[in-house]
Each structure stands twice: as C-alpha cells, then as structure tokens.
Design a protein around this ligand. Structure first.
Ligand SMILES: NC(=O)c1ccc[n+]([C@@H]2O[C@H](COP(=O)([O-])OP(=O)(O)OC[C@H]3O[C@@H](n4cnc5c(N)ncnc54)[C@H](OP(=O)(O)O)[C@@H]3O)[C@@H](O)[C@H]2O)c1
Length: 366
C-alpha cells in the first residue's frame, strides 16, 4: 500500500503509446516515500513498513501520479499477498518490462484509492494537478470515496457490461444478488435498485437490516434452511449476480426464467488460478474451454451463463460518482484503520464476514 501511486488513465483519450517521459505538475524534490510492501508471498507477517520506497515516476504520457489519501482493501489484496494470480498480475503490472527488474519484490499491494493528482503525463487532458480523482463524488470524504472504485467498477462490469442491464431496461426486473453483504454485493444491491429492479439479497441473518436499508425488497438468510428451496419458492429471476461461487452455480441457474434472455453472471472464476497452475498460454486455453462449454450447455437450457471481471473505466466511475452525488448509492464502510495499522486491516479482511468495506485512512493519524 503506497502513499503515492502512478496510475494509467487507460480509459481516457490518448491511448497507450511507447514509453515517453514527460509531466505536468509541481517539480518533484522527493525521492522516497513511506509504504507497506512485501518481499515474499505469504501470510500477514510478510507485510513490511518502509520509508524508503522509490517515489513513482511517470513512464507513459497517459499516466498520472496520485497522492493517496485513503485506500480500501479487497479480497484480491489478500490473494496477492499469498501469491495468487502472480503470473497474470505481473504481466499486467509491467507488460513491456520497462522497469527491467528480475523480481516483482518489494511489491506494494492495494489498488483502490481516493486522492489528489500530483503530476500528469503530457497527453493527459482530463485531469490536472490538484484534482480529486477520479473524479471523486463531491459529497464524499476521501475515506468514503476509497471504498467505491474497485467494487463499483466490478459490479458495473458484471451487471452492465456483461449482464446488459442499465437504467433504461432494468425497471421491474427480478434481480438476485448472492453474497449481497460484502463489498461488491452492497454496491450491486444499490445499483440495480437505483435502476428500478426488484432486488432479492442473499446474506447472513445479521446483515438483514443493512440489506433492507440499502433497498433490497426480499432478504434471504442462506444459513437458515435450504437456500435453493427458499429461492425456488419465489418467482423466477431475470438476472443473478453470484459473488459467492463454489457449488452455487450447480443450482442457481435453475432459478432463472427460461428462454427470455435471463442471465447468470459469476465473479468467482478460475481465470487467475489457471494461469498460475498452467502458465499463460495453457491457462488461457483452459479458461476458454471451460467458459465456452459452460456457456453452450446453459444456452441449450434457455439461460445465459457469463463470467465477469473488474474492468477499469473512467466513464463508468463518472456515472457512479453521479449516482453517489444524487444520493442513490452510498458507501458502506465496516471499519477504518490508520496507515500505521495496515496489517490489522488485512487481518480484519481475512476474518471474512465483510459488511461493506475495510478502508485505510492514509493521511489522518489515529
Ligand atoms: N472477477 C473479478 O474481477 C472480481 C472482482 C471483485 C471481487 N471478486 C470476487 O467476488 C467475491 C465477492 O467480493 P467482495 O469484495 O464482495 O468480497 P467480500 O467483501 O469479502 O464479501 C463477501 C460476502 O459474502 C458473504 N458470504 C459468504 N458466504 C456466503 C454465502 N454462501 N452466501 C451468501 N453470502 C455469503 C460474506 O458474509 P458472511 O460470511 O458473514 O455471510 C461477505 O459479506 C469474492 O470472491 C471476490 O474474490 C471477483
């Protein structure tokens, strides 16, 4: 977890070009910054605080450097700490090997931030130094804003880009959210509700009140009785978002309306595990075969089966900011930790049973 981050504005005009240095913003006198890093993959003990991480440099003209005010944790940070997905994520982190390092260590975890632009590459026109990114909902603090980008864009990708639901076609649709009480789920419930859907949320009993506050019409406790039977007793669904995975997909597709375009989208996929186990080429091949065969199998039964992934998108973040500023979506934060307690925040996430998000306040001390 860095105090400052170099981010690429991939979704903005300008595209990705060969590495060119160039920046707009205040001249940089600093060379080092405080960070939490890991030097090997493992359990929480591998997290190390250092004041000596090299200050980020703009490598591409479409990059910006952000002073991080707050950051939130996601299950993928835990997985990355343990080395899961290292093959694919290293490739994504440094596709052109411009840092020419033999190793990814020391590695800084964390991807979900709210902060202020410090410097911009020469082709960046959408942001300028001093902007609160990206663009931060005006009504939120940095701590609140940091809880939204990763889960918001993941839910947006699954529901809108993959699932095809939007403001114009969602009204009255019956939507089922499995794993509704976590980071993605609490956002997803609010998003489809804002678009007029009838929402059924599946969660533990103690999350019932939170779900109803966020707008869920029906709330089902998955720990009491047979979940499949409870859901079968309800009218069929037009859309299912699965944040739980595992055995869920064996029965959940049977809850969809048949031959009406109804869609099941899961966020829990073997994509990164396949790459870790089989390497990039064979892993992608295995992934393609698995998704292809499942898609066809379910299509023949009259429903759509899809996988979804977090997708970075500036325009989608702007739409999310509007929904937040208009009061239709609110951040759901379970606990805030100071920067000095990043390992405690990781342990909190590792306990599971998230009710919204765990956030690090990087700027304000306890
Ligand atoms: N494909 C992608 O790009 C992508 C992106 C983001 C997230 N994900 C994945 O999506 C999943 C959800 O992410 P998240 O950030 O929302 O995780 P999270 O914040 O840890 O939330 C998980 C939630 O699921 C609940 N839960 C656990 N078992 C359940 C069950 N059987 N039925 C219903 N609820 C259950 C948990 O509470 P209780 O245990 O108390 O019930 C918790 O509230 C994770 O597996 C994550 O790795 C994938």
């Amino acid at each position: 977890m860095l105090v400052r981050r170099a981010l690429r504005c991939a979704a903005r005009p300008g595209g990705q070009r060969p590495p060119v240095r160039g920046l707009r913003g205040s001249p940089r006198a600093r060379t080092a910054m405080p960070s939490w890093v890991i030097d090997q993959y493992g359990r929480n003990e591998v997290l190390r605080f250092t004041r000596d991480m090299v200050f980020p440099v703009i490598h591409y003209p479409n990059e910006v450097i952000v002073k991080v005010h707050a950051a939130s944790l996601n299950p993928i940070d835990l997985s990355m700490r343990s080395g899961y997905g290292a093959t694919a994520l290293n490739m994504k982190r440094d596709p052109l090997k411009i840092k020419s390092m033999d190793t990814e260590f020391p590695l800084t975890l964390g991807r979900d931030v709210s902060g202020v632009i410090m410097e911009c590459g020469l082709s960046v026109s959408y942001f300028k130094p001093g902007d609160e990114v990206s663009f931060k909902p005006k009504c939120l603090s940095h701590v609140e804003a940091a809880s939204l980008p990763y889960v918001g864009l993941t839910a947006w990708s699954a529901i809108n880009q993959v699932g095809g639901l939007n403001q114009s076609n969602c009204s009255g649709k019956r939507v089922l959210i499995l794993g509704a009480s976590g980071g993605v789920g609490t956002f997803a419930v609010q998003l489809v509700k804002a678009w007029g859907a009838h929402v059924t949320a599946v969660c533990s009993h103690d999350a019932d009140a939170l779900m109803r506050k966020l707008g869920a019409d029906d709330v089902i406790d998955y720990k009491t009785g047979n979940l499949e039977q409870q859901l079968k007793a309800l009218p069929s669904f037009d859309f299912i978002l699965d944040n739980v995975g595992g055995s869920t997909e064996k029965w959940a597709l049977g809850l969809l309306k048949k031959w009406s375009g109804a869609t099941y989208v899961t966020l829990v996929t073997p994509f990164l595990i396949n790459m870790d186990k089989l390497g990039v080429a064979d892993g992608m091949l295995q992934t393609g075969v698995t998704i292809g065969s499942k898609t066809v199998k379910h299509l023949l039964k009259g429903v759509h089966y899809r996988w979804a992934f977090f997708m970075p998108s500036g325009p989608s973040l702007d739409e999310i900011a509007q929904l937040v500023d208009s009061g239709k979506i609110q951040p759901v934060i379970q606990q805030v930790f100071p920067f000095s307690e990043v390992p405690k925040a990781f342990l909190k996430l590792e306990e599971g049973h998230a009710r919204g998000k765990t956030v690090i306040d990087v700027v304000n001390k306890k």
